[in-house]
Design a protein around this ligand. Structure first.
Ligand SMILES: Cc1cc2nc3c(=O)[nH]c(=O)nc-3n(C[C@H](O)[C@H](O)[C@H](O)COP(=O)(O)OP(=O)(O)OC[C@H]3O[C@@H](n4cnc5c(N)ncnc54)[C@H](O)[C@@H]3O)c2cc1C
Length: 360
């Protein structure tokens, strides 16, 4: 008789050692900039709630900020989105993000209150902070996850992310260290519903660092000049084009449809590389992850690196001349044909429908 197959890779311990058992709860780092919490923090609180319910533990937000009323309001929002409590570390030193004080503050909180899971948004700030905290605490960090789950056999987090240029999805467990850390890009997880009247506890701490202890100084704040440009990640309607449009002039057909629908415009990586569109409009693994209500993809093959960025869309409409294009594997509606003919026809049809007073 042969040994029964086991799905557990060699070396995985089932029983956590006593030191690791002391870590409890799922935390979300609440990214606050100039009084505004980044929406990815709420998306992560929604996800943390699911993980915590599976584990039977609490969800806590962690907010590091300069003292102010905005912090209490942010904590209230965290409760409404599903957090049971918020660790609030207030200090004037934390007014602008700097790696050193934020790393010191977050590492201190983790050491003191011992969460088993710590999630951060894979934003510029989150990526910087997560890697610094993980190395300070000597624990495991899985970056840019697209799925998080709990493996109940080991009580460990199964953190899934694309790897090898998106050709593989790998699931990573941190078995021998705590907390288990992961970053997740904005819009990968769904925004949770806000539950009015939900409350929670606030535990306030201070940082105890002096300005002289920190070598980096913020001299000026220059807002991102691109911040008013494409807001693909948060658009409800997006029309995108790919190489199948043939030539840059044809991209106008995407713009035309988008302007009739009030949609944002996006495209695939080859279009960015060819200079047809700006990099801020690239959708996919190395571009933006989107979650619109409607995504219209014209002349896009549906390569895995593109697919991982669009799968969260409620409705995907693909226009492609090749009925075997991979995009038809995950599109909700498919139009087989020449995008340079179908796009203008759709634009006209929507224009007519909207002009005659019929909502989309
Ligand atoms: C590390 C790495 C990261 C990457 N990151 C990204 C990323 O973030 N985003 C991204 O998009 N790509 C990314 N890519 C590139 C990705 O692998 C694909 O090459 C890319 O998505 C293909 O773009 P496309 O669909 O525009 O072009 P193609 O794959 O060339 O597809 C064109 C499609 O148009 C169709 N077509 C042709 N003529 C017409 C017509 N007249 N009407 C309608 N359809 C027509 C064809 O049938 C075909 O399906 C990445 C690649 C790597 C290696």
């Amino acid at each position: 008789m042969t040994e029964p197959a086991t799905s557990r890779p060699a070396g995985r311990t089932v029983e956590l050692d006593e030191r690791l058992k002391a870590y409890k709860g799922v935390w979300v780092f609440m990214e606050m900039e100039r009084g505004h919490v980044h929406p990815v923090s709420w998306e992560l609180i929604g996800e943390a709630r699911k993980l915590a319910d599976t584990l039977g533990v609490e969800v806590w937000g962690v907010l590091l900020a300069t003292p102010g009323e905005a912090n209490k309001a942010a904590a209230q929002s965290a409760f409404a989105y599903g957090a049971d409590g918020v660790y609030l570390m207030e200090d004037a030193i934390l007014a602008e993000y700097r790696t050193a004080p934020y790393t010191a503050g977050l590492s201190y909180l983790v050491d003191t209150y011992k969460p088993e899971i710590l999630l951060l948004g894979a934003t510029t700030l989150g990526r910087d902070l997560a890697s610094a905290v993980a190395t300070t605490l000597a624990t495991g960090l899985t970056a840019d996850c697209t799925k998080l789950a709990i493996d109940m056999d080991t009580r460990s987090m199964a953190a899934t992310r694309p790897t090898f240029g998106g050709s593989l999805l790998c699931t990573i467990h941190t078995l021998k260290a705590r907390p288990q850390m992961a970053t997740v890009r904005p819009r990968v997880m769904a925004m949770p519903a806000k539950q009015a009247g939900r409350t929670g506890r606030i535990i306030t701490t201070d940082l105890g660092l002096k300005e002289e202890d920190i070598v980096t100084k913020v001299l000026d704040y220059i807002p991102d000049r691109d911040q008013d440009q494409a807001q693909l990640a948060f658009a409800d309607f997006i029309v995108a084009g790919g190489r199948g449009l043939g030539k840059p002039e044809n991209f106008r057909l995407v713009n035309d449809l988008a302007s009739v629908l009030g949609a944002e415009v996006g495209g695939t990586r080859p279009l960015v590389q060819a200079g047809w569109i700006g990099a801020e409009r690239q959708i996919g693994q190395t571009g933006k992850t989107i979650r619109p209500k409607l995504y219209i993809a014209a002349g896009i093959s549906g390569a895995i690196q593109h697919r991982v960025g669009v799968e969260g869309a409620d409705c995907i409409v693909a226009i492609n001349s090749d009925p075997n294009a991979p995009i038809f594997d995950f599109a909700h509606f498919g139009l087989v044909g020449d995008a340079t003919k179908i796009l203008p026809a759709l634009t006209e049809a929507f224009r007519h429908r909207l002009a005659t007073g019929n909502a989309i």
